[in-house]
Design a protein around this ligand. Structure first.
Ligand code: PRP
Length: 208
């Protein structure tokens, strides 16, 4: 039996739908179920439902042989895992966002740019590459509030529909990277369970 770590939240529903299309069906759950470990009806897979940022940890440590999470999480954590498959859903962009009239491009060498984000490492790398000194303000959610309330000059975050930015008076200032859901595989499992892993990747691959 293969164990897969799945990201709860925005990717969960689409991930379960892709599994179902592949014939990997979970038993119907009670609406109020809080179960975090589920088996498919054929008993071939075990699923761990975890926070998106924890998926690579379970896979890297071999607790799960494979997992599904966003590329944003992989860029942030740079885990030591294989990343063999772009699942083609959960598409969004990692961006720098803020007030569209913010003169940060001109001001950025005079004082440190204050950047609020859930992605401190991506942010550090991005601004380091352009030699812009930054003070990173780590937040765990609702990052758009930070520039609105004066906590930060701008944010680094994911944008999907753009609605959260627009409804808070913010705009995309710069693109950093495209993001989509990825299937990741534990390095040892990729070799030791090659047959099962290959079959899983074939099952989950997006339609051509
Ligand atoms: C993400 C992201 C933005 C929002 C973007 O947050 O951090 O806030 O979604 O989506 P949109 O462009 O479609 O509006 P999430 O919903 O994951 O919650 P969080 O703010 O609590 O992290």
């Amino acid at each position: 039996m293969l164990t897969l770590a799945l990201a709860k939240g925005r990717l969960q529903e689409t991930t379960l739908a892709r599994l179902e299309q592949a014939g990997i069906v979970l038993p119907p759950e009670q609406p109020d179920s809080r179960r975090l470990v589920l088996n498919d009806v054929r008993g071939e897979y075990r699923f761990l439902l975890v926070k998106p940022g924890d998926v690579p940890i379970y896979v890297e440590h071999g607790i799960a042989q494979a997992g599904v999470c966003g590329r944003d999480v992989l860029l942030e954590q740079e885990p030591d895992v294989y990343e063999p498959l772009d699942l083609g859903f959960g598409c969004c962009r990692l961006v720098v966002a803020g007030f569209s009239d913010m003169p940060w491009r001109e001001a950025n060498h005079l004082s440190k740019l204050r950047v609020a984000t859930k992605y401190p490492r991506i942010t550090q790398r991005h601004f380091q590459a352009r030699a812009t000194p930054v003070e990173i303000i780590p937040l765990s959610g609702s990052v758009e509030l930070a520039p609105v309330l004066g906590l930060a000059d701008c944010i680094v975050d994911i944008v999907e529909t753009g609605r959260t930015l627009a409804e808070n008076g913010l705009a995309v200032l710069e693109d950093i990277a495209p993001v989509s859901a990825r299937c990741i595989v534990n390095r040892a499992a990729f070799h030791l369970a090659r047959h099962q892993v290959t079959r899983l990747l074939e099952q989950l691959a997006p339609p051509a």
